[in-house]
Structures are given as C-alpha cells and as structure tokens.
Design a protein around this ligand. Structure first.
Ligand SMILES: *Cc1c(COP(=O)(O)O)cnc(C)c1O
Length: 407
C-alpha cells in the first residue's frame, strides 16, 4: 500500500463532500473577547467570535486570571506527575471540593478534559459493573459514545429524548440487571433539553443508574450555575453528573460529581484518570475561582440569556431560519455543507465575523448549520454587525427566509 496516497485520497474525498475541516487561527485578546485577531498565512485581521463555548467570557474574568497568576507564581507551571505519583496538589483537592459542593454530591473527580471524563467514567462504570447495560441517547456526544464502546458493555441506543422508546428498552431488560442511562441536559448542536425528571422517574421504576452530561449547562443554568438539574431541583436524583471546566467556566478540564464510593471507584479503576499527568495547579486554581464566582454572581447568567433573546428576535425580524429551543444555542440552519462553509467564509472575509460552519459528521447530513453562541461580552454594536452581515448574505446567496418575516 502507498500510505501517502491513501491519506491524500481520503482527504480529497472529504474535500469533495464539503466536509474537510479548516481551522480558523485566532489570537485571543485578553480583556477584548469576543474580539480577536485572525491569522491567515502572514495576514492578520480583526474578528468578532460568535461561536465560542467561552459562553460567559469567564476566560478573561479578573477573578480567574488573578487566581491563575497567583497559583503560577506559588506553584510553578506543571503538576509534576500523575494524580497517583506526586501530581495531586492542594489546588486539585480544593477544586474537587468546589465541584462536589456545586452539585450537592459527596465527592467529585477531576480529569484533564470533559472528553476524558466521559470516556474514562463511562468506560469504567459500564465496563466493571458485571452485566451492565448502557442505555444511551442517540445524540450523545462522541466522548460518551467512545467511553461506552470502550467499556465493551452491552449498549442500547434510545431515540433522542424519547421517553417511550427509553421505557420500552428498559422494560425489555430483567429488573435486577444493572443498567446505566447515559444522556445530556443541553444538547449542544440543537440546543434542546432532556426531560431529566421523567428520565429519573424511569430510572427509579426500572432500577437504573443515571449519568448526565451537563457540559453545556454548568455555569449557565441553576441558581449557583450547577446546570439544568440544579435549576429543576433534580441533582440528588442523578447518579453521576459530568461537566467541563473548558466552556462556561472558561478554563480547561472535566469532572464527574457523584457519591463518595462511586467517585472512589472511578478514581481507583479508571486508567484515563490515573495514567496521565494532572492538570497544572494554575488551571485548577483558575477553574475553582470561576466556579466560586458563578456560584454567587447571577449577572453573567442573566446578561447571557438576554443577549440570546435579543439575537433570536433580530434573526426573526429578518426571517433568518433558526431552530427554536429552550437554551442559549442558536442554530441557524443552512442545510448544505458547501453553502454553509461558503457563508462562513464570506462572514469572515467581508465582515470580520467568525462563525464556524458545522457540518457532517458533527451533525447529520442535510442539517448543516451556523451555530451562534451570544455572550454577555458581545456589545450592542457586535449584535448590529452580526445581524447586518447575515441579512446581507442571506440576500446575496439567495437563501430561503421564513415566511411572514418583516424583510
Ligand atoms: C465539549 C463536550 C464535551 C467534552 O468536553 P471538553 O472539556 O471540551 O473535553 C463533552 N460532552 C459534550 C456534550 C460536549 O459538547
């Protein structure tokens, strides 16, 4: 086999399908986010980012930066080891306490990313509990799917957010067979929210554990930023709450929060927890400061929601189609991978607006979209420029508008 030809042909196929990924090279400007510099070869241009998961701008929050500077000066750069061998620092332990408190759980366990936390926790739980069957929502994130696959446990995929389908699958299993229902609260591409209470009711009825990915909700929902389960008073009914420190909390890292024994079990058996260098203490300190801030400050969450409401209303006024949902994610549907990429390119080139096109396999073919994530740090002028640019492009590219729009 000619290996290089194989690589090149595979990439050509991706390009032909319009699914080849091009990364925007950004230089973030602390204090100026969502504004940044885009690098392209030797050129640079100012851009406004409209697709970041730094949903609240916490990546530049003074409390976070101060905690990170302080820890960097106190502790140096790296943790110096795995959690098992000299890498468990005071900052890690404090962060885990902060996370357990956030979710009202006995304990929490920190991982190097949300991806790793899902992969390691699901892989370990489903893999080590004898005869465990995982009931996985059809739209679960790649990290959950990989973790479940890695566990080699039996898996049943239930239709997205479909309680009837979940119940019929649960009912098909013996009551005493171990079961784990794995799902998300806010689904990041459509922005819809799972019926958590009803899923917990089914879990009780059929003797199942629940594993909830709150990655796109922590920091953003609930009185203290504990997520949708906190907002709905359901945290105590979830067996494992998983989250990230890299999105609304603005830093990096992932975690699970659960009972002391479950956390200790994953700590003791998960290879993805043990055999990797711990996060730098400065990262742990920054994340803890971010969580602490958002536990008591609701201003960011309120401004976030009002910015989202405003952008939706302005899109409606122009008839630009976006999927209605009860969250902060605004999917503007294009429905064609080449057009989606083209609009994104024009937004960047002609308007200095960066919205990454979301194409297959991240979303199903035919549902290609621009995923807009407004934040409290987007100004009124940023919103005006976004709406003006989208309106222009919708005309220029002759894209369909919704009926009855005031055009
Ligand atoms: C981003 C994401 C993850 C992974 O979190 P990271 O901290 O970015 O690794 C997990 N689950 C969902 C639903 C995500 O969107």
């Amino acid at each position: 086999m000619n290996y290089q030809d194989f690589f090149a042909a595979s990439l050509d196929q991706l390009r032909d399908d319009g699914n080849y990924r091009v990364f925007a090279e950004l230089e973030r400007k602390c204090g100026d986010f969502p504004h940044a510099q885009a690098h392209d070869g030797g050129d640079t241009a100012p851009v406004t980012i409209w697709c970041s998961n730094d949903y609240l701008g916490m990546g530049q929050h003074p409390a976070v930066l101060e905690a990170m500077h302080d820890a960097l000066d106190r502790c140096g750069a790296g943790a110096g080891g795995t959690r098992n061998i000299s890498g468990t620092t005071h900052d890690h332990v404090q962060l885990e306490a902060e996370l357990a408190d956030l979710h009202g759980k006995e304990d929490a366990l920190l991982f190097t990313s949300g991806y790793v936390s899902n992969w390691a926790a699901l892989g370990t739980l489903a893999g080590k509990i004898p005869g465990c069957v995982v009931l996985s929502d059809a739209l679960n994130h790649a990290s959950m799917i990989e973790g479940i696959r890695h566990s080699k446990a039996e898996r049943m995929i239930w239709k997205h957010n479909d309680l009837n389908d979940l119940e019929s699958k649960l009912a098909s299993l013996p009551l005493n067979q171990p079961k784990l229902i794995a799902f998300e609260s806010v689904y990041s591409m459509d922005g819809d929210i799972a019926p958590i209470k009803e899923i917990c009711d089914l879990a009780d009825k059929y003797n199942a554990m629940t594993y909830l990915d709150e990655v796109h909700a922590v920091g953003l929902y609930g009185p203290r930023g504990g997520g949708i389960a906190e907002r709905e008073g359901l945290m105590d009914r979830i067996t494992v709450i998983e989250g990230t420190l890299g999105k609304a909390f603005g830093v990096v890292g992932g975690y699970i929060a659960a009972s002391a024994d479950l956390s200790d079990f994953v700590r003791s058996f998960a290879s993805g927890f043990i055999f990797t260098t711990a996060l730098p203490p400065a990262v742990a300190a920054g994340a803890a400061a971010s969580i602490r801030h958002l536990k008591s400050s609701t201003a960011e969450r309120e401004d976030h929601q009002s910015r989202v409401t405003e952008v939706r209303a302005r899109l409606d006024a122009l008839g630009i189609p976006h999927t209605e949902n009860p969250s902060h994610i605004i999917p503007v549907m294009v429905g064609d991978p080449v057009k989606c990429k083209y609009i994104s390119d024009l937004l960047l080139q002609d308007h200095g607006i960066y919205i990454q096109p979301i194409n297959y396999p991240t979303v199903p073919k035919g549902t290609e979209r621009l995923r807009i994530t407004p934040s409290p740090v987007h100004s009124q002028e940023d919103v005006d420029r976004l709406i003006g640019a989208l309106g222009n492009l919708w005309s220029q590219c002759e894209l369909a508008r919704m009926p009855m729009a005031a055009q």
